[in-house]
Write a protein that binds this ligand. Structure first.
Ligand code: ATP
Ligand code: MG
Length: 136
């Protein structure tokens, strides 16, 4: 079954949205394969967002995901990667449709509540950063 990597960012945890966000994924029918609340190391944050290294928002992005605890998880289900991306809404919450996580709970591009792997290849790269022992 297709797996994806999801992270509730520090703003999502601070706003008390952990249960809400997980509930949406569960209610949709995705299965939770693994889940934990952690503080990222700088190395993990830079690895997660390595494709953005060198961009002007890279430093701000990394510092933001280090600003508090996050919840990382592996979800599985048919088409899990795209299902989660659609449920998240667009990167910039100002453009996100109501009914999406970002469209319902965020306004700022940096503080957009949730990260989801953007492809199966990204998921395969991101999962082992946080769940080393998980068979993918
Ligand atoms: P994520 O990878 O967090 O799931 P995404 O795939 O929708 O988000 P990306 O293009 O991968 O978007 O960007 C990663 C994160 O970097 C975004 O979630 C956002 O917080 C931040 N970001 C992206 N573009 C910008 C920008 N132009 N200015 C500031 N921050 C940005
Ligand atoms: Mg991305």
């Amino acid at each position: 079954m297709e797996k994806t990597f999801v992270m509730i960012k520090p703003d999502g945890v601070r706003k008390g949205l952990v249960g809400e966000v997980i509930h949406r994924f569960e209610a949709r029918g995705l299965d939770i394969e693994a889940l934990k609340l952690i503080r990222l190391s700088r190395k993990e944050a830079e690895e997660l967002y390595s494709i953005h290294r060198g961009k002007d928002f890279f430093e701000e992005l990394v510092n933001f995901v280090l600003s508090g605890p996050v919840v990382v998880m592996v979800l599985s289900g048919e088409g899990a990667v795209n299902v989660v991306r659609k449920m998240m809404g667009t990167t910039n919450p100002k453009d996100a449709e109501p009914g999406t996580i970002r469209g319902d709970f965020a306004l700022e591009i940096t503080e957009n509540i949730v990260h989801g792997a953007d492809s199966e290849e990204s998921a395969e790269r991101e999962i082992p950063i946080f769940f080393g022992g998980l068979d993918t």
